[in-house]
Design a protein around this ligand. Structure first.
Ligand SMILES: NC(=O)c1ccc[n+]([C@@H]2O[C@H](COP(=O)([O-])OP(=O)(O)OC[C@H]3O[C@@H](n4cnc5c(N)ncnc54)[C@H](OP(=O)(O)O)[C@@H]3O)[C@@H](O)[C@H]2O)c1
Length: 260
């Protein structure tokens, strides 16, 4: 009952990892730490230049630039990945878009674009890697969701629902795939200083660096955790807020978030 929910990994050395969203921020820091630990890593995102710059520093890095919202691109990308590195032991989906906006500013066409990368592309990734992982009876899938998916938070009008969906999806993946020998990781970071959060004009409590975020994620994965959330002083506060009755939670938001 209290054993780790996933298989602990003794060392990242020799692991074959596919990181989607590796050109900046948390994904780039994850890639750098895994490569430094001796893993084979395929780096994916749309911008090839930052992927090439990172890959140039390591022997076991491969670059596979493509647009994850292009459904037709996935089979070709996966064939290329298998030819370069072999079937991945672990897929981590980091790619996402974010736009802070109040509900009255939301436009459906922009929402569709954000949901495509934040959610639909995740289904593409799962559909792509799962057959080989199921055939081998091993492999891992990590989804980077967010504490913004714990509950409805102001400003995250499209981003928040996309991340709530990923939390739900990771739970379903675990139920379906753990009995088949696969590992599933739900990663819920608090605030991390990246291009994504540079759009925020409000104070971000307990802000971390991408390197701190990547260390927490690799620690959680190698320990065999299911939900990896950090920093705990912030994420545990949100988990507590999530448990409160709606009338109390909304009253606290109005009082302390000073939203108008
Ligand atoms: N920063 C935070 O505070 C925070 C908190 C909680 C969760 N997260 C999550 O952490 C993950 C990483 O975010 P980050 O903060 O590191 O942001 P970031 O630096 O903006 O990284 C986003 C990555 O997604 C890639 N990407 C975006 N659209 C893509 C597409 N269509 N196809 C392929 N790749 C695409 C970007 O590369 P290209 O532009 O080159 O394609 C980039 O590598 C995201 O899932 C984010 O929601 C972040």
């Amino acid at each position: 009952m209290f054993a780790s929910m996933n298989r602990p990994i003794a060392s990242l050395a020799g692991q074959r990892i596919w990181l989607i969203g590796a050109s900046s921020g948390i994904g780039a820091a994850l890639a750098e730490q895994a490569l430094a630990a001796g893993a084979h890593v395929t780096l994916s995102a749309r911008r090839e230049a930052p992927l090439q710059a990172l890959a140039a520093r390591f022997d076991k890095a491969h670059v596979l630039a493509f647009d994850a919202v292009d459904l037709a691109a996935w089979p070709t990308a996966y064939a290329q990945l298998c030819a370069q590195m072999g079937e991945p032991d672990l897929l981590i989906f980091c790619a996402a878009d974010y736009q802070p906006e109040r509900v009255w500013d939301v436009r459906a066409a922009r929402a569709e674009q954000m949901l495509k990368i934040n959610l639909i592309s995740v289904y593409c990734a799962i559909e792509t890697v799962l057959p080989a992982m199921l055939a081998r009876g091993r492999g891992g899938i990590g989804l980077i969701a967010s504490v913004a998916g714990y509950m409805g938070l102001p400003n995250a009008s499209v981003y928040g629902p996309s991340k709530a969906a990923l939390i739900n999806l990771a739970e379903i993946l675990y139920s379906d795939l753990h009995p088949k020998g696969l590992d599933v990781y739900l990663i819920n970071p608090g605030f991390v200083r990246t291009d994504l959060t540079a759009k925020n004009d409000f104070a971000m409590p307990a802000l971390q660096t991408p390197q701190q975020a990547a260390s927490a994620i690799w620690q959680g994965i190698t320990d065999g955790a299911f939900e990896i959330h950090f920093p705990h002083r912030f994420t545990n506060t949100l988990k507590f807020l999530q448990l409160l009755p709606y009338r109390v939670r909304f009253a606290l938001f109005e009082r302390f978030l000073k939203i108008s």
